[in-house]
Design a protein around this ligand. Sequence first.
Ligand code: EPZ
Length: 417
Amino acid sequence: MKKIVIKGGFPLHGKITIGGAKNSAVALIPASLLSDGVCTIKNVPNITDRDALFDIVKLLNGDIKQDGSVIRIDSSNLQNTLITQELSVRLRASYYFMGVLLSKYKHVEIYFPGGCNIGSRPIDIHLKGFKKLGAKVTKNKHKYIIKADELKGADITLNFASVGATINIMFAATKAEGTTYIRNAAKEVEIINIADFLNKMGAKIKGAGTDVIEIEGVKHLDGAEIDVIPDRIEAGTYILMGALLGDNLTIEGIIPEHNKALFDKLSLMGVKYELDKNSVTINACKHLLPVDVTTLVYPGFPTDLGQPMSVLLTQAEGTSKMEETIWENRVGHYPYLVKMGANIELNGLVVTINGKTPLHGMEINATDLRGGAALILAGLIADGTTIISDIDYILRGYENIINKLSNVGAIISLEEI
Ligand code: EPZ
C-alpha cells in the first residue's frame, strides 16, 4: 500500500507554484457540458478528483482532450444517461451534474454524491432550489431522478450560504425561462470563476461573489474558454508550512486577497511574510503567539484551512482555540496530533490547543483531505519519521504535493509499504 514517509525538521527553501483551484475545477468541468460546443479549461490541477469527473463526462459521451493542465471538452455528441453509483460516490462534486443535466435536458438520474467524511453532507438546499425552478425530485434508496416539464425563473433564498447549492442552482437557472434570484448566496471566489465561464458561454449572470446572484435565462450556450483561478486552499496549506519551516520559502501564482483571513491570523501570531502581486515569501516564526480561530463562510477564515492551521497552533506559545462552524466533523486528525505529542482538548467543535509542544514522528492515518494535509504539516515539523497511510484522501486535492515539497528541501516520499 502506498504511504507518505516524512523525515521531519528540515527547513523549506525555494519556490512552490500553486495550481488551479480544486473547488473551481470540479464545477467548471461539469459546467462545460451546458454548452453545445467545445470548451477549453486552462490551469486544471492534476488531482484525482479531476480524473473522477472525466470518467463521468466520458460516460455521458463527452469528448475530452487533455494537454497538461489544458482540458478541451466537446459536448456536441452528449448523451444523457444514468450516472452510476460507482462514479457518483467518488467525489462530492458529482452533484454538479444534477444542475447541468437538469438545465440541459430537464431530466437527470444520478446517485447520491461522495466526498470526505466531514459530516452528513446533505444536499437538501440544492434540491429545494431545483424544485423552486419547477423540477420534481424523486429518490429511491440513493438514486435521484430529477425532472421538469419546464424550468422557470424563481426567487430563491438559501437557508445556508452553501457553496455547492449556489453553484448548482446557478447551473439549473442558466437556461430557465425568465429571471432567477439566488439570495443568501455563497460568496466564495470560486463562484465568480464559474459565473465568468457561464457568461463567456452566453449566460446572463450578475452578482456572483455577492449574496444576491441574478440569472436571466438564455436559450443557447456556446463553447467558451476559462482559466481556473489559483487554489487558495493549496496556497494556504503551503503558507502554513512556511510559517513553521520557511527559510525564504516563496509561494507563487497566488491571489493574496483570497488568503486575507489567513494572513490576518498569521500577523496576529507574529509571522513575518512579504507579499508581492502574485506571491508571498515567508519565514519560520520562532515565537508564535497563540490566537483564536473560528471558521466562517468567505471572506472569513476558510473551513478548509482549519485543520492545517491547528498544527501551527500546537507550536504557538500559549493557549489557542479552533472553532469549526461549517462542518460537523473536521476533528478526525486531532487524535493523531495528540499521539504525536500535541496538547489538545476536544469539546465538540471547539478545540483548545495548548502550545508549544514538540511533535514526534510515528505511523498515522489520513482521515480526510484537509486532515491528511494537517498530518503532513505535523510530519514535516516532528522529530523522527512519520508514516501516513490512507493517502488517497490527500491526492484528491493536492497536486504533486510530494514533488512540490521535495523541491524545497522536505525529506518526503511516496513508498510502497
Ligand atoms: C464546498 O463544499 C467545498 N467542496 C468544501 O471543500 C468546502 O469546505 C465547502 O464548500 C465550504 O466552503 C467543493 O467545492 C467540492 P457547502 P460544499 O454546501 O459545497 C451544509 C475541501 O476540503 N449543507 O457550502 O459541499 C453542509 O452540510 C472541501 O476542498 C446543507 O445542510 O459545502 C455543511 O454543513 C471539503 N445542505 C455546510 O452546509 C445542503 O444542501 C456547508 O456546505 C448543502 C450544504
